[in-house]
Design a protein around this ligand. Structure first.
Ligand code: FEO
Length: 174
């Protein structure tokens, strides 16, 4: 069954949002590197790679549905931030924004009576719960170390231990 045009456009728009998230987190990573926080820089670099895999899941899905992928312009992300706390608070805010976008996209799939897309998007709904929780956990850890450079150094080391993102999936997300 050909994919509904409005839904296809909305998925293309969301591919752009995931790519922007990847770009934003890469910018945050380079900021963290610039203030000598290599662990946070590593963590944000992996976050950026994960966002890229999210975009690729949607690209593969549209291709599986015989749809047409349209790559849209990517906005420039912010370059400077105030601190690692600022980076993590902006990360949480951005994830909350993406959760809303996923909900809206799910709504478009419901309106189009497209059950396959709804099932595919359920993966993203669950992923957003995880992503918001992860960002909140790091903020809580930062709140605990506040003002103590030795503790911040240890937290930075811990952030540096984040394993690499899972490889880019092709075909329908599992
Ligand atoms: Fe793919 Fe964190 O939104």
């Amino acid at each position: 069954m050909p994919i509904d045009h409005t839904l296809q456009n909305a998925i293309n728009q969301h591919i752009n949002s995931e790519i922007y998230a990847s770009y934003l987190y890469l910018s945050m990573s380079t900021y963290c590197e610039s203030i000598d926080m290599p662990g946070f820089a590593h963590w944000m670099r992996i976050q950026s790679q994960e966002e890229y895999t999210h975009a690729m899941k949607l690209v593969s899905y549209l291709e599986d549905r015989d749809g047409r992928v349209t790559l849209l312009p990517i906005n420039q992300p912010p370059v400077e931030f105030d601190s690692v706390e600022d980076v993590m608070r902006q990360t949480l805010a951005h994830e909350q924004h993406v959760s809303q976008l996923i909900n809206d996209l799910y709504g478009v799939a419901v309106k189009a009576n497209d059950y396959a897309s709804q099932i595919m998007l359920q993966w993203f709904v669950s992923e957003q719960v995880e992503e918001e929780k992860t960002a909140r956990d790091v903020i809580a850890a930062l709140d605990m170390v506040k003002g103590r450079s030795d503790a911040l150094l240890l937290l930075d080391r811990e952030m540096g231990a984040r394993p690499a993102a899972s490889p880019i999936a092709t075909g329908t997300p599992a």
